[in-house]
Ligand binder design. Structure first.
Ligand SMILES: C[S@@+](CC[C@H](N)C(=O)[O-])C[C@H]1O[C@@H](n2cnc3c(N)ncnc32)[C@H](O)[C@@H]1O
Length: 242
């Protein structure tokens, strides 16, 4: 997506980190219920680092992303965190963590094989009692087409966007999202960009089975956002004995 490459510097205007405070506290409450003593966490697909901005107050966070441009955005917000570039399917760090956190990033993988690789890689990076927490926006059971919009003005620049997610082919396991961005730079020049993303759409049963195959037991926890409509679940994946 252009958003995570040449347009990455606009991310803080599209999705300011201040909009993540509630969700980070909801995730933290769930994570602590399953592991009350997290000291170290690794995030796959940390993007602009917005959840990390709040979670790092409770444990150390190591942040990783496929996109060097998004890592640059996160480094500005989270200068005290270590950042590494890599694909969540095969990135290898020489360390183990109490938590692997994946938020709003794993859905860019659209096959079961890819998901399995990520899960196995998460397990490779977990301490013995460590847990995996996955927040994916959509499950087959809860998916509905939707539109949203937003964006803010900041430091002389402005951005507004419209986002439309739909299922163009109910026979496959992919949804599509179209984005229209309107951008205004510091000199008042206004320009438009279009973007597109594909996301995987799997049932809760498929997630459960894939996680079992990677050595995890999945628990689905409903997330009750006050500011967003719809039904959302986080997946807590506890390691099974091998
Ligand atoms: C919406 S952002 C994540 C937001 C972030 N969790 C936060 O709290 O701010 C999605 C990120 O997923 C990353 N991503 C997509 N596919 C990836 C992959 N295979 N491995 C690692 N990162 C990936 C993108 O580069 C992008 O930065």
């Amino acid at each position: 997506m252009k958003l995570y490459k040449e347009l990455a510097e606009w991310w803080p205007l599209m999705s300011p980190h201040t909009e993540y405070e509630e969700e980070a506290s909801l995730y933290l409450e769930i994570i602590r219920r399953y592991h009350p003593d997290i000291k170290t966490a690794l995030e796959f697909g940390s993007g602009g680092g917005s959840n990390a901005y709040y979670l790092k107050r409770h444990f150390s966070m190591t942040l990783t992303d496929l996109s060097p441009d998004m890592l640059e955005v996160s480094r500005k917000l989270n200068p005290e965190c270590e950042h590494f570039q890599g694909d969540m399917r095969n990135l290898v760090l020489d360390a183990k963590f109490d938590l692997v956190f994946i938020h709003d990033a794993i859905m860019y993988l659209t096959t079961g094989e890819d998901l399995l690789e990520v899960m196995r890689n998460a397990k490779r990076h977990l301490n013995e009692n460590g847990i995996l927490f996955i927040m994916t926006d959509q499950f087959e059971e809860t998916f509905r087409p939707e539109t949203s919009h937003g964006g803010v003005d900041k430091d002389g620049r402005g951005m507004r966007y419209l986002e439309w997610t739909y299922d163009s082919d109910p026979e496959d396991q992919i949804t599509e999202t179209e984005y229209a961005y309107i951008l205004r730079d510091e000199n008042g020049n206004v320009f438009r960009e279009y973007d597109h993303a594909k996301s995987g759409l799997f049932s809760m049963g498929e997630w459960e089975e894939l996680l079992r195959g990677a050595g995890f037991k999945a628990i689905f926890e409903q997330i009750n956002y006050t500011s967003v409509d719809g039904i959302y679940y986080g997946i807590v994946a506890a390691q099974t004995k091998t």
